[in-house]
Design a protein around this ligand. Structure first.
Ligand code: AQP
Length: 333
């Protein structure tokens, strides 16, 4: 119990905007799992974030439940960690509005994800897409998180979270803990298999570029065999070899082998052999996750029981921070 009190708080979230990808898993979720014993972990399905892009209602409902079960299947243990659904905890929307008033238009304009996503969804550049980092800052700050395990693409969003928190604390005293991003050494940036200069994304239009953690072994093998490489046919890590570098990074992340060892093992072998080996290693790595997922989705009642319980606790914790912030600002509460 003494130890419990001293544990640092970890917070992270993932959007249920589609089936979880190998990028989401290696960049974020795998670390969430590893941190469960050492830290007091709070994880969320960030469903409020998904509506910055249009969603089909029935598909969205399915995605939320599937994502919850997938994350549990990856190893999030609801007895150890709090794992809730963001839209069920009203503090997130409240905190987002408050922090919007402490965030500058100029700093949001510099966010690369906003630039990327507004180019991708040019017909719907809504205000939510622009203020997405503020909602995310609130998500983290509500739980007074010490550490935030994310992929490298979220680095800028963690920085703006710290800037907003420092600005608020500067005005009102110590309301928010200043968090620290936690980016893995391996798998921090998994790239598309079809365009290795772009990150692997759930919403990639080219289905072959993205490996989903629930893809069948045949699909995974096919995607890796079609992965874009180069004309050199020599497995080694080097600048300009984005496709091979990406495959090496994935292979290293799932096998634990160093780049030197991989280069040695594939000396004199072609890219075909290497792609097959990466595909097989990923299939084996994902097999137990897929088996657990198939068991879990059979019991929707149990899944609901898990998130309802977590939603309630998350509301209690986060309401304390909302109340504190509102009181400091001058609201009558
Ligand atoms: N390609 C990636 N490599 C490593 N980490 C990644 N993450 C996402 N893509 C990669 C990490 O996964 C966590 C959850 O991400 P998210 O769902 O909140 O949002 P995202 O980064 O926008 O993910 P997607 O897959 O690209 O979703 P869509 O297509 O809907 O925009 C984060 O910690 C992220 O760093």
């Amino acid at each position: 119990m003494e130890n419990e009190k001293k544990k640092e708080i970890v917070f992270s979230a993932i959007q249920p905007s589609g089936t979880i990808t190998l990028g989401n898993y290696l960049g974020a979720v795998r670390n969430w799992v590893k941190m469960q014993d050492e830290y007091s972990c709070i994880y969320a399905l960030a469903d409020l974030h998904t509506i910055t892009v249009r969603q089909e209602p029935a598909q969205m409902r399915k995605n939320i439940i599937d994502a919850y079960a997938s994350i549990m299947a990856c190893g999030i243990d609801v007895e150890k960690s709090l794992f809730f659904i963001q839209s069920h905890v009203k503090s997130h929307a409240e905190m987002a509005w408050i922090l919007n008033c402490y965030t500058q238009f100029g700093e949001l304009s510099r966010m690369t994800q906003f630039k990327d996503k507004s180019a991708k969804h040019a017909d719907n550049i809504n205000a939510g897409l622009f203020t997405y980092p503020v909602l995310m800052a609130g998500d983290i700050l509500l739980y007074q998180a010490d550490k935030v395990p994310v992929g490298a693409d979220q680095k800028q969003h963690i920085e703006i979270t710290c800037d907003i928190a420092r600005r608020f604390n500067g005005l009102y005293g110590n309301v928010f803990k200043i968090p620290e991003g936690f980016i893995p050494k391996n798998g921090a940036r998994v790239m598309s298999l079809q365009d290795p200069t772009r990150k692997m994304s759930k919403s990639d239009e080219n289905a072959n570029g993205c490996v989903h953690i629930l893809d069948t072994p045949e699909t995974i093998m096919r995607k890796f065999k079609r992965a874009i490489t180069d004309s050199e046919a020599h497995v080694h890590y080097a600048e300009g070899k984005d496709g091979i570098n990406n495959l090496m990074s994935i292979y290293s992340a799932v096998t634990g082998l160093s780049y030197e060892q991989i280069e040695k093992d594939f000396e004199g072998k072609g890219y075909g052999d290497f792609k097959t080996a990466v595909g097989e290693a990923v299939v084996e790595h994902l097999r137990p996750i897929q088996e657990r997922y198939n068991q879990l989705v059979k019991d929707k009642g149990y899944i609901e029981e898990c998130y309802r319980k977590a939603d309630e606790i998350a509301l209690k914790i986060s309401s304390r921070t909302v109340n504190k912030a509102m009181k400091k600002i001058g609201f009558v509460i």
